[in-house]
Every structure is written in structure tokens, then in C-alpha cells.
Design a protein around this ligand. Structure first.
Ligand SMILES: Nc1nc2c(ncn2[C@@H]2O[C@H](COP(=O)(O)OP(=O)(O)OP(=O)(O)O)[C@@H](O)[C@H]2O)c(=O)[nH]1
Ligand SMILES: [Mg+2]
Length: 363
């Protein structure tokens, strides 16, 4: 094949030159980004494409022998394949591919770049479209991040700490197995007691997981708070009657899809509660995808969560899943948890902290 070389200041320009000369069916052999690495007046860079005219189907005719001198010449590609592996030229190839990719990325529209940043944060679909809708995104990541922060602010709701609210409060944690429900409640028990000087009691409905009651007995002893386990609504009502406290914390076992409804006793328990503000907090690890966050909370319709606690921020590179679920359900976020330590690793949520977690600068 007769390969020719075409140049352009970018891929599109070089491709246009190929098509103008050889037509749309041209066969591309290689594309490389060439630069002398300098900026300013002394610098140059261009894209070079090696291409040949399209192969036309030929009528069957006897193969014409090549002249001896021609047939002795290896095809350029065969010659290259026969070459020994050269790490330096391999590194150069890689570098030109990276530069090409960067150039292709830079050609994306600001809206696409904004959607890519949101996707990296774990925010996709309906919410991502709503965030970029209406106004023009600015060009370049330096302007895009502040723009996105502003746009996302309208989609984040924050709830003032329920354990600090006036009057008797009940905070129940629900959510998937291992999400951090018990740890979050232990942190809240410690903060209510030590920081807010409020009386606290704990009732655990988790009679399923081996060691759940022991885990709570240890926390309760350390924190000096009364603790009960309740296997049904009657036992819950008895425990409730014995606890004259400002803040009642209710722990539940993680639910799994397909679990019998009869095992889920929280609704019956909450029916026995009066004169307390009820908070049912869905606890979701930060690394849960938006789809899994939705799936996890779909198991909790009775009672429906009133807020979402995001845990394990310390383990996650993207935290958009739970934040997206909170936004789509119009639920506020009262707390963020950044580690397993009781009581240190919990903070009252703020819009700025949620945005910081969402739009982290690449490290
Ligand atoms: N890194 C990190 N670990 C956490 C955090 N919160 C909880 N953990 C750890 O996650 C594990 C599970 O926490 P639990 O509080 O027992 O979770 P759970 O939701 O009560 O689990 P089940 O009762 O089994 O459904 C424990 O090892 C905790 O120490 C957090 O914010 N960051
Ligand atoms: Mg637990």
C-alpha cells in the first residue's frame, strides 16, 4: 500500500487532510502526536497521520510478479514488526498516545466535561442532567469545579443534628449490613452524653447478628448509658417505659432483599412511641454507587427514612451515590462519618463538607 503522510494542528485537521486527499474510505496506518516539548514561540506540535488510499476490490487476474528489487523490500510494517523491542520508542509512542488522548479530552464541550466530573464523583443520570441544565458550563476544570459546586448546592439538603434538637428525640438507624449503623449510634450516644450533656438510652432490635448485643453492651458500659435488646414490639414497649431519657437511640439489623416482612419489627415498635420526635436515618457507606444506594434504601419504605447519614468517607474515592439518593428523595443529611473511631469520627454535615467530599481535587 502507498502510505502518505498528512499533518494538522490537531487530529480533526489532520483527518480532514486525509479525507480531502484520499476520500472517506482512506486506510489509516498510524497517528502520532509530534512535539518538541517547548512552549511559546519556540514550541511546535502537530498531529501526523500516515494513510493510504482505500483498497479497491480487484477483479480476479493473475498476480503480477513484483520486480525483484521491490519484492526484496519488506513492507514497512513487517520491517517494524521484525525490529527488536525498543523501550525508548515504546515510551515515545505512549507519550504521543497520552498527548492525543489529552487533546481529544480538551475537545469535549464544557457540558461534557462537567458531566464527566460529576460521573467521577459518582453522580449520574437524572441528577447529573439537572445539575448541568439551564446555563452554560464554563471551559476548563479551574472554572468548572466552582461552577459545579454552586450548581450542586441547590441539590443538597442539610439537617441540623437530631440529637441536639429540643425535646425528647428518637433516632433509629436503618440500612444495609455493615454500613456503620451501630458505630454511628455509638458515636451519637457519646456525643449526646459528653458534648451535649443529654441523657441517652439505647434499644437494639438486632437479635439476628451474632455478637450484636455484646457489641452494644460494651459500648453502653464504656459510655455509661442504659441498654436493652428487644425481639418484638412488646419487649420494645417495656424497654421504652423504663427509659426516661432525652435521646433514645434505636439500632436495627441490616436488611437483605427477600427477608420476611415479619422479621422487620421497627414499624410496630415506633407505633408504641409517643411524645418524641422520630428520626429514621438511612445509613449508607460513601462508596455505594447511586444504583446500589437506591436499591439499599428501597427496602425501607415503612418507616421511610427522614434523613441519610453518609459513613466511610475515609474509604471512598467517590461519594456521589448516597448524596444522589438523598437528593432524589429530597432527604437531608445530618451527619458525615470519616472513620470507625467512637466518638471522634462523626461530624454534623454541612453543605461545604458534602461539596468538598464530592468535588475533591485529583491527588
Ligand atoms: N473506615 C470506616 N469504618 C467504619 C465507619 N463506620 C463504621 N465502620 C466500621 O464498619 C464496620 C461495620 O460497622 P457496624 O457499625 O457494625 O455496621 P452495622 O451497619 O451496624 O452492621 P450490621 O449490624 O452487621 O448490619 C465496623 O468494623 C466499623 O468499625 C467509617 O466511617 N469508616
Ligand atoms: Mg449493627
Amino acid at each position: 500500500m502507498q502510505y502518505q503522510t498528512f499533518r494538522g494542528s490537531n487530529v480533526n485537521e489532520a483527518l480532514a487532510a486525509v479525507r480531502a486527499a484520499l476520500g472517506p474510505e482512506a486506510v489509516i496506518d498510524s497517528t502520532r502526536y509530534v512535539t518538541n516539548g517547548r512552549r511559546g514561540a519556540l514550541g511546535y506540535s502537530y498531529v501526523e497521520i500516515s494513510a493510504a488510499p482505500p483498497k479497491r476490490p480487484t477483479a480476479a487476474r493473475p498476480a503480477k510478479a513484483l520486480p525483484a528489487s521491490d519484492s526484496a523490500l519488506p513492507h514497512p510494517r513487517e520491517a517494524r514488526a521484525a525490529d527488536a523491542f525498543d523501550p525508548q520508542s515504546f515510551a515515545r509512542e505512549l507519550e504521543s498516545m497520552r498527548a492525543l488522548l489529552e487533546e481529544l479530552c480538551a475537545q469535549r464541550t464544557p457540558r461534557d466535561q462537567a458531566l464527566a466530573l460529576l460521573a467521577a464523583a459518582g453522580i449520574e443520570g437524572e441528577l447529573a442532567r439537572a445539575v448541568v441544565k439551564g446555563t452554560r458550563a464554563p471551559r476548563g476544570p479551574a472554572l468548572l469545579r466552582p461552577w459545579l459546586r454552586k450548581r450542586l448546592t441547590d441539590h443538597i439538603r442539610i439537617q441540623p443534628s437530631p440529637i441536639a434538637a429540643e425535646g425528647p428525640q428518637l433516632v433509629a438507624c436503618v440500612g444495609p449490613t455493615g454500613a456503620g449503623k451501630t458505630t454511628t449510634l455509638a458515636k451519637l450516644a457519646a456525643r449526646a452524653r459528653l458534648d451535649l450533656d443529654r441523657s441517652v438510652g439505647v434499644i437494639s432490635l438486632d437479635t439476628f447478628r451474632v455478637g450484636a448485643a455484646e457489641q452494644w453492651k460494651r459500648y453502653a458500659r464504656l459510655l455509661g448509658v442504659p441498654f436493652h435488646v428487644a425481639a418484638d414490639a412488646d419487649a420494645f414497649a417495656r424497654a421504652l417505659a423504663s427509659l426516661d431519657v432525652d435521646v433514645l437511640l434505636v439500632d436495627t439489623a441490616g436488611r437483605v432483599p427477600g427477608e420476611p416482612e415479619s422479621d422487620w419489627i421497627l414499624p410496630a415498635c415506633l407505633e408504641r412511641v409517643s411524645n418524641r420526635t422520630l428520626h429514621v436515618l438511612g445509613v449508607l457507606p460513601a462508596w455505594l454507587s447511586a444504583r446500589d444506594a437506591k436499591r439499599a434504601l428501597s427496602l425501607y419504605s415503612d418507616p421511610a427514612p427522614t434523613g441519610i447519614v453518609v459513613t466511610k468517607l475515609d474509604e471512598a474515592s467517590a461519594v456521589g451515590g448516597p448524596v444522589q439518593e438523598a437528593s432524589l428523595r429530597e432527604l437531608p443529611i445530618p451527619y458525615l462519618c470519616r472513620g470507625p473511631r467512637v466518638p471522634d469520627d462523626i461530624e454534623d454535615a454541612s453543605t461545604a463538607a458534602v461539596l468538598d467530599a464530592l468535588l475533591r481535587e485529583p491527588s
